[in-house]
Design a binder for this molecule. Structure first.
Ligand code: G6P
Length: 611
């Protein structure tokens, strides 16, 4: 979603800002802009479309100076055109502002500002803040005016501002939308809504917390609350490298990330398994281990692909840890007034980014009720990672492609470790724990065997390139995998695909089946395999083309399937981790074959920081 970059130092700000914007492109956006300052002049250049269009515009009209702010916008209020692109100015062009998030009371504020003579140029909620600061700055020093405006605002924001009143200062603040300050060499500072924007320059960072502001100048950095109380922040160090956010030999980030999955499994399990003892050790849960023993119910909250990882987690936790578990969408959980008992319940927020607004909202709803809040998060230092009581990092490394792949796999791995931990606290035997652990350790090599089939799956994708619709079927552990396969096909290849628990086939979707409606069925040899075979027969009887995913060595489906994909065997509980990979590859190759960019699907954002 929207991205913010800022810079103050001795370099050409334009170069640093454009570089940062390029690194944030993966988040999804529809317009981009910069504002730099030289002396007391503000230079604003903005364009609809991609950062490359902004770069071209800047080649024609450069933005000079060594301080500036920049933005990629994902439209919420107002069309994605040049006027609505950030930065926005106040009436007199004295300040420029960029903003991520949503100002919920913007219409009320706007009416008041118009009545008091302010002239608006755009339809955005952001511009309200520019005029609000302008108004306060007529009677207050700029810093106080900035904070006073923030106190009036209801909603979420990551904000950065430069002003002619203080030409060598960059102000920023956050409530709900992430911001990180990078501390460079020789007194230069970088600002980003995501560390990816500044990792090329520095690894020394300070993450702003909610309701915290920062001023960056040539003489240093100061952090404070919105009532101007100084706050001392600790510096942190980013551990991942620039290579991890570059594509390398792969044509797309998505393909790179799919291929990273063996390493993701190794990283997510490293140091966390005592395979022979059948134990999982999760350092991030150590402090709450005693409390976990008393947990009798779990709610998993998340969105998108993370929600589907949660569903797989639910099956694991109920079957092996014997804890009643419900998976719920963050956007539903937070508003439905869930009844939670803090004495015996815990909530698990699952998120790649750790910044998804609805997941954060759900997690906070639970925390307010005193319930133990746990996180399964990939992005280190993110809001969910910091605001939960305890948690487990996925350690999948930065995920750049909008559609989640390796984080999904990593989340399922963490769920299996959590299942072992909670299960062994309860009635799971050492033998069962040990079997799961040994199977986990064997997964990376099995994933490699699936990845080696990428070209075969590519050929298959080409065969189905003209499909208008598809049905993806799975049962039990693999029902969420069917949903995830369908989600990937929809979001990447723009083909209407529905994921269904195969038992429901007869209750509706079978009406759609005909020779032009392909069915992809997950039929690995597990406890529901025989049931799946019946579903395959039902689909075949309606002459739907059948793509079947089954285990290596299983030849009995050759008769019924039009196409077969083979995956190695593992225990049923871990089968989603293998079965999802051919579906990721299938969706990826479908998108590429249809001439689409799988890394940046239309209208989608990597991190959905608004409701
Ligand atoms: C967006 C992304 C998905 C992701 C979902 C949840 O919709 O496009 O790939 O699964 O957000 O994001 P999170 O960061 O919370 O896992």
């Amino acid at each position: 979603m929207c991205g913010i970059v800022g810079y103050i130092g001795a370099r050409r700000a334009e170069d640093v800002l454009l570089d940062g914007l390029r690194r944030l492109e993966y988040r999804g956006y529809d317009s981009a802009g910069v504002a730099t300052m030289q002396g007391e002049a503000i230079h604003v250049v903005k364009m609809p479309g991609k950062v490359v269009h902004l770069t071209e515009a800047l080649a024609r009209t450069p933005a000079p100076g060594s301080i500036g702010i920049a933005h990629t916008r994902w439209a919420t209020h107002g069309e994605p055109n040049q006027t609505n692109a950030h930065p926005h100015l106040d009436c007199r062009g004295d300040l420029a502002i960029v903003h991520n998030g949503i100002i919920e009371n913007y219409d009320r504020l706007k009416i008041g500002l118009i009545e008091r003579g302010h002239a608006f140029r755009s339809e955005t909620d952001t511009e309200v803040v520019a005029h609000l600061i302008e108004e306060y700055a007529m009677k207050l020093p700029f810093e106080e005016a900035f904070l006073a405006a923030l106190r009036d605002v209801v909603g979420t924001f990551g904000i950065a501002v430069v002003s002619r009143r203080e030409p060598r200062k960059l102000y920023a603040a956050r409530r709900g939308s992430p911001l990180v300050v990078g501390i460079g060499q020789n007194g230069e500072y970088f600002l980003g809504s995501d560390p990816a924007a500044l990792i090329a320059y520095t690894r020394d960072v300070v993450y702003l917390g909610d309701d915290e502001a920062v001023s960056l100048s040539d003489t240093g950095m100061e952090t404070f609350s919105f009532d101007r109380t100084r706050i001392t922040k600790t510096r942190e160090s980013i551990t991942w490298t620039i290579d991890e956010i570059e594509r390398g030999r792969f044509p797309h980030f998505m393909l790179k990330e799919i291929h990273e999955q063996p390493a993701v499994i190794v990283n997510a399990t490293r140091g966390r398994l005592d395979a022979d003892a059948g134990l999982a050790k999760l350092g991030g849960l150590k402090d709450v281990e005693a409390r976990l023993r008393g947990i009798e119910r779990l709610s998993i909250v998340s969105c998108g692909t993370a929600y589907l990882a949660g569903m797989v987690g639910e099956y694991m936790l109920e079957e092996y840890a014997e804890i009643p578990t419900e998976t719920e969408l963050g956007s539903e959980f937070r508003y439905r007034k869930p009844i939670l008992d803090p004495a015996v319940e815990a909530v698990i927020a699952v998120s790649q980014s750790g910044e998804t607004a609805d997941t954060i909202g759900a997690m906070r709803e639970a925390k307010e009720k005193g319930v133990l809040a746990l996180g399964i998060v990939n992005a280190v230092g993110s809001t969910i990672a910091r605001d939960t009581d305890a948690g487990v990092y996925v350690h999948a490394g930065p995920e750049i492609a909008v559609a989640s792949t390796k984080a999904f796999t990593g989340q399922m791995i963490v769920f299996s470790l959590l299942t072992m931990l909670l299960g062994r606290q309860r009635r799971m035997s050492q033998a069962t724990g040990s079997r799961i652990a040994h199977e986990l350790l064997a997964l990376p090599a099995k994933v490699e065997r699936i990845l080696a089939q990428s070209d075969r799956i590519k050929a298959l994708a080409k065969k189905y390139i003209h499909a208008q619709s598809m049905l993806i079927l799975g049962r039990k552990y693999n029902a969420p995998v069917a949903y995830e396969g369908a989600l990937k096909i929809k979001e990447l290849a723009y083909i209407h695909a529905e994921g269904y628990a195969a038992g429901e086939l007869k209750h509706g979707p079978i009406a759609l089946l005909e020779p032009s409606f392909p069915v992809l069925a997950i039929a690995t040899q597990d406890s529901v395999y025989e049931k799946m075979k019946s579903n395959l027969e039902e689909a075949k009887a309606r002459r739907a083309p059948l793509i079947v995913l089954t285990n290596e060595g299983n030849e009995e489906l050759v008769r019924i399937a039009d196409d077969l994909i083979y995956v190695p065997r593992t225990i049923e509980m871990l089968s989603p981790i293998l079965n999802v990979i051919p579906l990721q590859l299938f969706a990826y190759h479908l998108a590429v074959a249809r001439g689409l960019d799988p890394d940046k699907p239309r209208n989608l954002a990597k991190s959905v920081t608004v409701e």
